[in-house]
Design a protein around this ligand. Structure first.
Ligand code: TXA
Ligand code: MG
Length: 341
């Protein structure tokens, strides 16, 4: 792989122009969105997109999301826009929602991972929007982490994973949402299938249609060779080196379990400081609300590696609203180890 002297850029107009120039030349650039940082390339240019897969070490059958900066860009990218998609776009775009639709010939197979569909999203992050507009073409972009690592929520996370692998990263600060976009597909005339939960929650989607199906892969482990509707769901994800176990029970049960089963190589993933009061293990706070937990989760997972513990016990997220997205990511980070107390 070509090695780069990776530059960290600010989000000034000059930096956006420099990044857009690199992207026009077929290079890959790290950029902020409201969810997590993305690794962008020209979605229409198969050989540029191939560099994303190389930089990440991503399996070629895992499709990329195509990012647009205006509604008018959608038309040429898909062959059909379901009526429900129009409703969702009006309600949630720009924002953290990705919609899967039949792809047009303009989208190369490299971008769609060989599928005949494509996931489209219009990010609300201003820097992302300015960058896409400056390019004049949509950006194919996965999360900007090495394949298998926690998604990046700061430019420093991206730098850690991508240093030498890409020419530039735009620093837009800490991502506000913190977990990747909600991914949905459409079934029949009134059905939405939730493939990946995110900040746009099942409850939000039920305001659009009553018929919201939560795909099995959201909370269950799918075998590596399973026929899945969203290829990303079958891969190991977000895994720090520490072995994480989710403790599904109230605070008292969590504390008792930690005291009984922890050792000098244990850390705790808790909601707030007082959860671990009087317990001697390093404790990382994810936050009290679902939204705070979403924002902090990936940073906490990376911090586990920095501390270097062998195991971590995690308090179980709420599993509803934005909490479902936190639970879905944590389940994968924990390789589906859950102890119900
Ligand atoms: O918030 C986000 O979505 C971030 C930022 C950068 O926009 N991007 C992101 O991309 O999370 P990535 O590649 O890490 O995750 C995309 C997920 C994968 O699980 C992939 O399998 C699924 O979306 N996906 C993409 N296109 C699809 C398609 N045509 N059909 C089914 N699943 C698709
Ligand atoms: Mg990802």
């Amino acid at each position: 792989m070509k090695m780069y002297d990776t530059k960290l850029l600010d989000s000034s107009e000059e930096s956006i122009m420099l990044a857009a120039r690199l992207l026009k030349d077929g290079e890959v650039v790290g950029f902020p969105t409201e969810t997590v940082y993305g690794l962008g390339a020209n979605a229409f240019d198969g050989s540029a997109v191939k560099k994303i897969f190389q930089a990440k070490g991503r399996p070629g059958d895992n499709p990329l999301i195509v990012h647009i900066s205006g509604f008018e860009q959608l038309d040429g990218l898909v062959t059909e826009i379901p009526a429900l998609a129009v409703k969702c776009a009006k309600a949630f775009w720009p924002g953290p929602l990705t919609m899967i639709m039949p792809k047009s010939d303009k989208i190369p197979d490299t971008t769609s991972g060989g599928l005949d569909t494509v996931g489209i999203r219009m990010p609300s992050d201003k820097t992302a929007g300015r960058l896409i507009s400056a390019c004049g073409f949509p950006l194919a972009a996965p999360s900007a982490n090495l394949s298998g690592s926690p998604s990046p929520t700061t430019a420093q996370h991206v730098f850690k994973d991508m240093n030498g692998r890409i020419p530039a990263i735009i620093d837009g600060g800490f991502c506000g949402v913190g977990v990747e976009s909600t991914v949905i597909s459409f079934e029949g005339t009134d059905g939405i299938r939730l493939l990946r939960p995110g900040f746009v929650s099942p409850e939000d989607l039920r305001e659009i249609t009553e018929n919201v199906i939560i795909d099995k892969g959201v909370t269950e482990s799918l075998g590596a060779d399973a026929k899945v509707r969203s290829p990303g769901m079958k891969y190991k994800h977000y895994a720090p080196k520490a072995e994480i176990t989710i403790i599904d029970g109230d605070l008292e049960k969590f504390r008792n379990y930690a005291i009984k089963n922890g050792n000098t190589d244990t850390a705790l993933m808790i909601f707030e400081k007082s959860d671990a009061e009087g317990i001697d293990f390093p404790a990382l706070c994810c936050g009290k609300t679902d939204e705070e937990q979403a924002r902090n989760l990936f940073d906490v997972l990376r911090e586990l590696d920095n501390i270097g513990v062998k195991q971590a016990f995690a308090r179980c997220p709420s599993k509803s609203g934005v909490g479902l997205a936190v639970y879905n990511r944590l389940l994968r980070a924990a390789a589906f180890r859950v102890i119900k107390l």
